[in-house]
Design a protein around this ligand. Structure first.
Ligand SMILES: Nc1nc2c(ncn2[C@@H]2O[C@H](COP(=O)(O)OP(=O)(O)OP(=O)(O)O)[C@@H](O)[C@H]2O)c(=O)[nH]1
Ligand SMILES: [Mg+2]
Length: 305
């Protein structure tokens, strides 16, 4: 059976995983090899700071004079996994569990335009309706006229209900209505789509903060997850925007989108180490089922080949 990376994230497999393999088959690993490895990690989006810390760890062993490719592989496995597991663990098991068990069942999506919010919402809605849950989507991207239509398509595909506002309605007031509907009509899951672009970034951040307050007025904080979509193909360029969202909306988790389009894949480590936000889902295509809960153990094992 093909591994997840090999079959779904082919570009990563053919670049990073196969290049790492050439290190792991070496008889000796010395300083020169670590230099080469450093270049590979940086070019795979691991990020300069995170790469330096990984290489510094590996160098301790090289200095002790013991090293072959297989030992390198097992050390890297531990170091990379530690980076991912060092975060306050996101309870993916609580995703969508009933509110009375304090599971996360309200998902506020944020992220820049084109990063994959609406598409990922469609996939997540489908995941939940497949489990027999009653799902409500709120089309709070009122900035772009075509946005509610796009979300309606996804609602149809996943058999979720959708609340669309009146033209020009304030998104926070629509979200407020959405929360009331969610409670009054006993939905299991509420998912809110937002705009990725306004006249200015400051406006956007203010609007998102206002939307968040509208949700928090009606629902307990323990139920609410703010999910930030990041386009994996943008790599390190996505960091500045991620920081901006993090500052204004207190992000619970990241959905790393378009993993099918990148041959890198190291960004998950840079996100964990430099942003301290857990990656919760990976998406890898435009079809409904092309989403997966991120599993650190599996990801590291498969990335190393
Ligand atoms: N290859 C690939 N394309 C994707 C993936 N997720 C989303 N896309 C595409 O990326 C484009 C943008 O996705 P949207 O979901 O519209 O992004 P958005 O964040 O809602 O954008 P705005 O509504 O403009 O803020 C669309 O063409 C999607 O089909 C993915 O995992 N893989
Ligand atoms: Mg959208």
């Amino acid at each position: 059976m093909f591994s997840f990376i090999k079959s779904k994230l082919q570009k990563i497999f053919t670049t990073v995983t196969s290049k790492l393999g050439s290190f792991f088959s070496r008889k000796t690993i010395d300083d020169a090899a670590l230099k080469e490895l450093e270049t590979l990690l940086i070019s795979s989006d691991v990020g300069v700071a995170t790469t330096k810390s990984i290489i510094a760890e590996l160098k301790k062993d090289v200095d002790l004079g013991m090293y072959n490719g297989m030992q390198l592989k097992s050390r890297m496995h531990k170091i990379l996994l530690d980076i991912l597991l060092s975060l306050p663990h996101f309870a993916t098991s609580s995703l969508g569990s009933p509110a009375d068990k304090l599971g996360l069942n309200v998902f506020l999506f944020v992220g820049i335009n084109g990063s994959g919010k609406t598409t990922s919402i469609g996939k997540l809605a489908h995941l939940f309706t497949q489990q027999g849950k009653k799902v409500l989507l709120v089309a709070a991207d009122t900035f772009r006229a075509a946005a509610p239509e796009q979300l309606k398509e996804w609602a149809l595909r996943s058999s979720a209900d959708i609340l669309v506002g009146k033209e020009g309605q304030d998104p926070a007031s629509l979200v407020f209505q959405g929360c009331e509907k969610f409670k009054n009509e006993h939905y299991d899951i509420l998912i809110i789509d937002t705009a990725g672009r306004l006249q200015t970034k400051v406006n956007l951040m203010h609007e998102l903060a206002k939307i968040k307050r509208a949700v928090e007025k009606q629902l307990p904080a323990q139920q609410i997850a703010t999910l930030l979509t990041i386009d994996a193909m943008l790599g390190q360029n996505s960091f500045e925007q991620a920081k901006l969202f993090k500052e204004s909306t207190d992000v619970t988790g990241i959905i790393l989108t378009k993993m099918d389009g990148t041959g890198k894949g190291g960004i998950v480590f840079a996100i964990a180490q430099e942003l301290s936000i857990p990656v919760v889902f990976l998406t890898f295509g435009e079809q409904t089922e092309q989403i997966k809960i991120f599993d650190p153990q599996e990801y590291v094992t498969e990335l190393l080949g």
